[in-house]
Write a protein that binds this ligand. Structure first.
Ligand code: SF4
Length: 370
């Protein structure tokens, strides 16, 4: 199987080129074609000699993933289904908001953490994505969008727990930040974690700082351990201490995510407890009314209950946002990503090709599959 060049680093490419008698500047040219010009094939690398293009084509490929299909939600959200080299499937979600395009990417096939309100957790865990497979989602979708639209934010909130695939997540972030890579600003990248404490600490010691979002979902250990088994290993006290020590620059804030499950964690006393444990934090709180799914035993609270929860926190001085669920109709909203194997790659939740029945916002170009 040909290896993707997104999975090899610059020094490996330099050594390879040296071993076949190619000058070092060819490496710079290849990286420029991949990350700046965003070509999909070696044949398009027109300033490389033909024998080198042939060599690359024989031994390597550019994209480590293939687009199988995509769906557009009535609200303009797009869900992409990719197949990987070993036929595993992952999803990425592109969310247009005002002038911004936020891309939510996956880091694992499935997820081992088994959060009780999450469809990806129900799906189970198959394997980690390689750095190239993580990065490839951004590169592919940026190419798909064309030069006139630019992905403005990347959030690691798709399938999987990014800090449980630490090495490849960080490797992919480095290329996203690099001038020779995707040249994204560190303010535009957010890693979201369910609370892997050693991973948060390690991320804080890297030579770059990206935004951190932490899924809390409960204000007490008892309740959080029921909803998120990871809490038994890294309880709230440990998690919040690691968050306090995360070295965000002064003007930036940690985001705490809180999914609201009717009658489970959405009562006024939960809001008051939450306000108490977050005291002193430079943070914002995102409330996510639960997206119901037949496989999951929870219900969405009423709008009035959600507003009441928000009000209690605001009265305690917090910035609190109710996240409107984007892409609910195509199961692209938070906690809804779950790929089942079948011919289309998605049997439990059938992906429909874009059709006239799916209202198009006209925001995205009409494209055929790659
Ligand atoms: S919420 Fe995140 S960490 Fe928990 S099971 Fe789902 S994907 Fe995994």
């Amino acid at each position: 199987m040909r290896e993707s060049l997104l999975d090899v680093d610059e020094s490996f490419l330099k050594e390879t080129f040296q071993s076949i008698g190619e000058p070092g500047y060819r490496v710079t040219q290849v990286l420029d074609w991949i990350y700046q010009k965003k070509v999909a094939t070696f044949a398009e690398m027109t300033n490389l000699p033909i024998h080198l293009r042939d060599f690359l084509d024989k031994h390597y490929k550019i994209d480590p993933l293939t687009l199988l299909t995509y769906q557009e939600s009535a609200d303009g959200t797009l869900k992409f289904l990719f197949s990987l080299g070993d036929n595993e499937k992952i999803e990425s979600v592109l969310i247009p908001m005002n002038q911004n395009l936020t891309l939510c990417i996956s880091t694992q096939v499935g997820c081992p953490l088994d959060c009780k309100f999450c469809l990806t957790g129900v799906m189970g865990y198959t394997r980690n994505l390689t750095a190239g497979e993580i990065l490839g989602q951004v590169l592919f979708i940026q190419r798909w969008l064309g030069p006139k639209k630019r992905i403005s934010n990347v959030v690691f909130m798709g399938m999987g727990e990014p800090l449980a695939n630490y090495q490849n997540t960080v490797k992919a972030i480095r290329v996203m930040l690099s001038e020779k890579g995707l040249n994204l600003s560190n303010r535009k990248i957010t890693v979201s974690t369910s609370g892997i404490v050693p991973g948060i600490r390690k991320l804080g010691r890297e030579d770059f700082i990206v935004n951190l979002a932490v899924s809390l979902h409960a204000p007490s250990n008892d309740l959080r351990s029921q909803l998120m088994p990871i809490n038994r290993k890294y309880p709230l006290e440990m998690l919040l201490e690691a968050c306090r020590e995360y070295p965000l620059p002064k003007r930036r804030r940690i985001t705490f995510e809180y999914v609201l499950l009717k009658g489970v964690n959405d009562r006024p006393h939960h809001a008051r407890e939450l306000a108490k444990i977050l005291k002193g934090f430079r943070c914002k709180i995102n409330l996510l009314p639960f997206n119901e799914a037949p496989e999951l035993p929870y219900e969405r609270p009423s709008d009035a209950e959600v507003l009441q929860f928000q009000k209690i926190l605001i009265e305690q001085g917090y910035s609190v946002f109710i996240r409107t669920s984007r892409g609910r109709d195509i199961l692209a909203a938070c906690g809804q990503l779950a790929v089942r194997s079948s011919d289309t790659g998605c049997s439990g939740f059938k992906l429909r090709p874009i059709s006239s029945a799916t209202a198009s916002t006209g925001f995205f170009p009409s494209k055929s599959m790659a």
